[in-house]
Design a protein around this ligand. Structure first.
Ligand code: AMP
Ligand code: MG
Length: 414
């Protein structure tokens, strides 16, 4: 397989699936870690294996509200003597006695000597005597100590992305603080003389800079720390200064615009002087041009300026790079099959990520249609969509009724 440097000279377009491993080779995972409190750990990447110091559950406890008894004491429906009660947080303090039972609530400890719980609905209380239908087997409705895991078992591994469930798991084993990979720092800016910041008036020929906001949204969802360096004019010295500022403390610098043919000169010239850069022509639509390089210690990602292209290249290329930087496994998109409800026009040559609306029809079948016009400048197509319709490189026009591959938008895009 060709090396990234050779790719500039490659006359054709490279399939994104081939390009991604080459792009990933250029990124080294962060090693710095920091300690955070459990309540601040959402979205962070665990930097240590965590083992439980306790059995889970830590004691035999009841899965039901009812009565605890000893299975051998009740060969058939009969009355047992009520000895006391065990509530969650308030264990029974008495002793087991043959022929006795204990009122017990869900989560309460099953007292020593007892081994089975019958649910309340299958019992009848007459003062101190409780008539109980026997359970099917000993141990019914008891959650045994250690049945989920034993002390010493590894519960979470380094490199795990911490979500709500992981926070709960850590709390279950009593972890109050943990080591995580430090947050990735990103600096980003837009380039283009035509771009104006929102809140200003547009002169003829000008448009509002939208990419900085969609990129900001993507970066926030990706759980990284970001710094917005604004709009930079198509001016070599301004771009040079912006790159220097951006790379001073960031792990990754992301720009949008100025990487398409004929326009990349400043970016290329300056990155050649200040760092290293490769231009990639990927067989992906939207988003053909993409630049990757290094400035100082920072990785540089140059996204195309067209708003949909910049979002798609971020999602398909930058997001995987961010996974690698954070020491996370690569994303594995959920791909579904759905029936096209209207034809799609496509020229063979590039993998297309058309914006689609996926739904389930009355027969329970998944179906999908494009959002409308698919211009790479039409950002409303992203906002209307809930999925990508992925059309393979050599696919041409696709009639209604065809089953197509669909990638639902995930938490980064929603
Ligand atoms: P470029 O990649 O710089 O050649 O830009 C391609 C197209 O995207 C042009 O129509 C630009 O005006 C537009 N564009 C570039 N940057 C932005 C941005 N930050 N926000 C909105 N549109 C942009
Ligand atoms: Mg431009």
């Amino acid at each position: 397989m060709s090396k990234p440097q050779d790719v500039c000279a490659h006359p054709g377009l490279m399939h994104p699936d081939l390009a991604l491993p080459l792009l990933l080779e250029q990124v080294t995972p962060l090693e710095d870690t920091e300690t955070v409190q459990l309540s601040d750990s959402l979205g962070r990447v665990l930097a240590e294996d965590l083992a439980s110091s306790i059995d889970l559950p830590p004691f035999d406890n009841s899965a039901m509200d009812g009565y605890a008894y000893r299975y051998a004491d009740l060969p058939e429906k009969a009355s047992l003597k009520l000895l006391g009660s065990s509530f969650a947080g308030h264990p029974f303090e008495g002793q087991y006695q043959p022929g006795g039972c204990v009122r017990i609530m869900t989560g309460a400890p099953v007292p020593a000597g007892f081994d089975t719980v019958q649910m309340q609905e299958k019992t009848e209380a007459n003062g101190e005597l409780i008539t109980i239908e026997p359970c099917k087997q000993a141990g019914d409705n008891v959650r045994g100590r250690g049945e989920e895991l034993l002390a010493g078992t590894k519960v979470l591994r380094a490199g795990t992305l911490i979500g709500a469930a992981e926070m709960g798991v850590m709390a279950t084993i009593g972890i109050s603080s943990l080591r995580v990979i430090r947050k990735v720092k990103i600096a980003f800016f837009s380039t283009g003389d035509e771009l104006r910041p929102v809140g200003s008036e547009l002169a003829p020929g000008q448009i509002y800079d939208s990419n900085r906001y969609s990129i900001q949204g993507l970066l926030s969802r990706a759980g990284v720390e970001w710094q917005d360096l604004g709009v930079i004019a198509d001016d070599p010295e301004a771009i040079r200064q912006a790159f220097r500022n951006a790379s001073a403390s960031a792990d990754m610098v992301i720009t949008s615009g100025g990487v398409s043919v004929g326009e990349a000169d400043f970016t290329k010239q300056i990155l050649d002087e200040e760092g290293k850069i490769s231009f990639w022509k990927l067989a992906i639509k939207p988003g053909k041009p993409f630049a990757l390089g290094h400035i100082g210690k920072a990785v540089f990602c140059g996204l195309p300026g067209n708003p949909v292209s910049s979002m798609v290249t971020f999602y398909k290329l930058v997001w995987p790079l961010l996974h690698k930087l954070q020491g996370l496994p690569q994303p594995t998109p959920l791909l579904l099959d759905a029936k096209l409800t209207a034809p799609i026009r496509k020229q063979p040559g590039r993998v297309e990520y058309q914006r689609g609306i996926l739904s389930r029809n009355q027969d329970g079948e998944l179906e999908v249609a494009v959002t409308g016009s698919q211009g790479s400048g039409m950002l409303t197509s992203m906002s209307l969509a809930n999925c990508f319709i992925i059309l393979e490189q050599m696919q041409g026009d696709t009639p209604a009724g065809t089953r197509v591959t669909v990638e639902p938008f995930n938490s980064v895009l929603c």
